[in-house]
Ligand binder design. Structure first.
Ligand SMILES: *Cc1c(COP(=O)(O)O)cnc(C)c1O
Length: 291
């Protein structure tokens, strides 16, 4: 399977460099990997699909909200693997008039089942999982967002695209799996800052710790200062910033994750959070299908 196209690092803030004259701000363009299986989602899926095939499961099953980047990435990559896929979607009402993301999942051949929100909230309960195994005995079950050990190990492979040495690595977090994979593989001298795009995102620190190697629990943090109203919420401030960022850098950001991250990076630069001379790598985790 060859879906990995070259990843570029580009210097951002070129026109407003007066903002950060002595900072180096680069971006790792994981959004360029693939039009649909973009960003970190492919890395979180690769070892999952491999594990699924090795253990001779004949299909793959996972979970997501109605605009899930994970489900659409799974639908597209399972198709490339020639493996049937099943998506459990949050919200029964989503079955009527499929939105473009779910319609694309179905076009890739994914079967969709719709759970009401109360059932969906219990999707990680052992009982519920046992029930799923009974109903779909041939299916390999991947948690929502690819948040398992295979997902974390795959996310660690992102490091192989990082050639320079950085003092900071900044990325958006959803489950924290990607952050953990990077913490396990990047030099500990690179501080990793996760930007949570939801209110109260501090709870993610526990999930990250669950995936960290024993010697990797230092040199990282998560802030939820830049949630801009909460998960999936947007506002004119954020859209204006996305437009400005595109005009300046010709790089599109997604409104759920990466726009909030870059907005946060800019605020932190203004606050002189990064000491002079810092080299900062921002990871563009993709997500543009959501736009
Ligand atoms: C899913 C996603 C994330 C979150 O990744 P986690 O590994 O769950 O923390 C970040 N950015 C984008 C664009 C995503 O689609």
């Amino acid at each position: 399977m060859d879906i990995i196209s070259p990843v570029e690092e580009s210097s951002v803030y070129s026109q407003r460099l007066n903002l950060s004259p002595d900072l180096q701000v680069d971006m790792l363009r994981l959004d360029l990997l693939h039009p649909i299986i973009s960003g970190n989602k492919w890395y979180k899926l690769m070892y999952n699909l491999e594990a699924c095939r090795k253990a001779s499961f004949s299909s793959v099953l996972s979970f997501g909200g109605a605009y899930s980047n994970h489900l659409i990435a799974l639908a597209a990559s399972a198709k490339e693997f020639g493996m049937p896929a099943l998506g459990v979607v949050r919200g029964r009402e989503m079955a009527q008039n499929l939105n473009p993301v779910l319609a694309a999942c179905r076009d890739y051949g994914m079967d969709l089942v719709f759970w009401d929100r109360a059932d969906y909230a219990r999707k990680n309960d052992p009982e519920v999982l046992a029930g799923l195994h009974e109903t779909y005995p041939a299916a390999f079950i991947i948690p929502e967002g690819g948040a398992n050990a295979e997902g974390c190990r795959g996310a660690g492979m992102i490091t192989k695209h990082i050639s320079g040495t950085y003092d900071y690595c900044v990325l958006s977090v959803g489950t924290g799996t990607t952050l953990a994979g990077l913490r396990n593989t990047l030099p500990i001298s690179t501080f990793i800052l996760g930007m949570a795009p939801m209110k109260g995102g501090g709870y993610l620190k526990e999930s990250v710790r669950g995936f960290l190697d024993p010697d990797a629990d230092s040199g990282w943090d998560i802030t939820d200062r830049f949630h801009e109203g909460g998960f999936g919420k947007s506002n004119s401030h954020l859209s204006d910033y996305m437009d400005l960022f595109y005009r300046e850098n010709h790089i599109r950001l997604d409104r759920v994750y990466t726009a909030k991250m870059m907005l946060g990076v800019e605020v932190l630069i203004r606050e002189a959070y990064f000491p002079p001379g810092s080299r900062i790598l921002c990871i563009h985790t993709g997500g543009l299908t959501g736009n």
